[in-house]
Design a protein around this ligand. Structure first.
Ligand code: AMP
Length: 311
């Protein structure tokens, strides 16, 4: 049995439905998306937990109930009286999506406030999963506490998995973002960057350069995603590349990387085979981007009907 703890912020998502002027509330967030897909991909004996902070209000209770219903362990989620969960709204203008956020005061920003809460969540866990958004939402001192807690976790045999998920609008400036990302890389065992973002913010000329930069920071296994392009995996003495099947009708790329990470980790934990993990990851991401929304049922029917045999 493997115990994985994802650490981050789950938000309320308001999506236009069924008309552009009425909205349906759901829940999403990068680390939560990965936890949700991991829970779906892993066998029942494994445990997926989420560590964050929420309020005591109705929406916070609903969020925790949503996680419970998905089979994600919520026992270590912090409850705060002084704040509630963050919110974002998706707007559609002529088919183009744009996002408005209300997350500045969200409870998740204070998730490290509780003395010993992170240590309790990680006690007995095998793997911790964080992203660049987890880093971005924390005050500087709490980010340092998180990284220290992860180092202690590693020292006792835990593995740390990190998706840099670069979001410059969450940081005061690019240098603060890239600096924090490389500090997190220094306490990570597996890193899952997306090449396009890394090239923009670190100036990497190739996916190889991205992989090498994280390897130089001490990461054992680096998986460089690249949209429809070749996936590259670099580990000690191994370099695997894998071309994902082209997705002809991309409906919504939300959570492509988050679901990819879940598919990769679930398969990698199963048998340690890097190529099979890439196949599983790309297959799951392809399914997700062929549907609308961040959390897509694994048995959701394809939106594009399969061609009729012989037609
Ligand atoms: P990204 O974070 O954009 O690099 O995408 C993560 C993963 O989603 C990629 O490694 C692919 O497996 C998959 N993916 C994203 N965009 C596409 C696409 N247009 N066609 C096929 N797969 C894609």
């Amino acid at each position: 049995m493997t115990r994985i703890v994802a650490i981050g912020e789950c938000m309320v998502e308001l999506a236009p439905c069924p008309t552009p002027d009425t909205y349906r509330a759901g829940f999403a967030g990068d680390t939560l998306n990965t936890a949700w897909y991991l829970r779906k991909m892993l066998a029942a004996e494994h445990e997926v937990a989420y560590f964050t902070a929420v309020g005591h209000d109705d929406m916070s209770q609903r969020m925790v109930a949503f996680l419970d219903a998905a089979g994600i362990v919520t026992a270590h989620i912090q409850r705060r009286h002084d704040s509630t969960v963050g919110l974002y709204m998706i707007s559609l203008n002529n088919g183009e999506r744009s996002f408005s956020y209300w997350r500045g005061q969200s409870a998740a920003r204070r998730m490290l406030d509780g003395e010993g809460a992170l240590q309790a969540a990680l006690a007995g866990a095998d793997m911790a999963y964080i992203s660049g958004i987890t880093l971005a939402i924390l005050p500087d001192c709490d980010r340092a506490r998180l990284l220290h807690g992860l180092q202690v976790f590693r020292d006792s045999g835990g593995k740390v998995v990190f998706d840099p998920n670069l979001r410059p609008r969450l940081w005061p400036d690019g240098a603060a973002m890239t600096g924090a990302v490389m500090q997190a890389a220094a306490v990570s065992d597996i890193c899952l960057p997306s090449y396009e973002d890394e090239a923009d913010w670190f100036g990497d000329a190739t996916p190889d350069a991205t992989a090498q930069r994280y390897r130089d920071a001490g990461v054992g296994l680096v998986v460089v995603k690249n949209g429809p392009g070749e996936i590259m995996v670099v580990a000690d003495g191994q370099r695997v590349t894998f071309a994902p099947e082209p997705v002809l009708d991309v409906v919504d790329t939300t959570a492509a990387g988050d679901s990819f990470n879940a598919g990769f980790l679930a398969s990698y934990l199963d048998d340690g085979d890097l190529e099979r993990a890439c196949v599983a990851a790309a297959r799951l991401a392809a399914h997700v981007i062929s549907h609308s929304g961040a959390l897509v049922a694994l048995d959701a029917p394809p939106l594009v009907p399969a061609p009729v045999a012989g037609a």
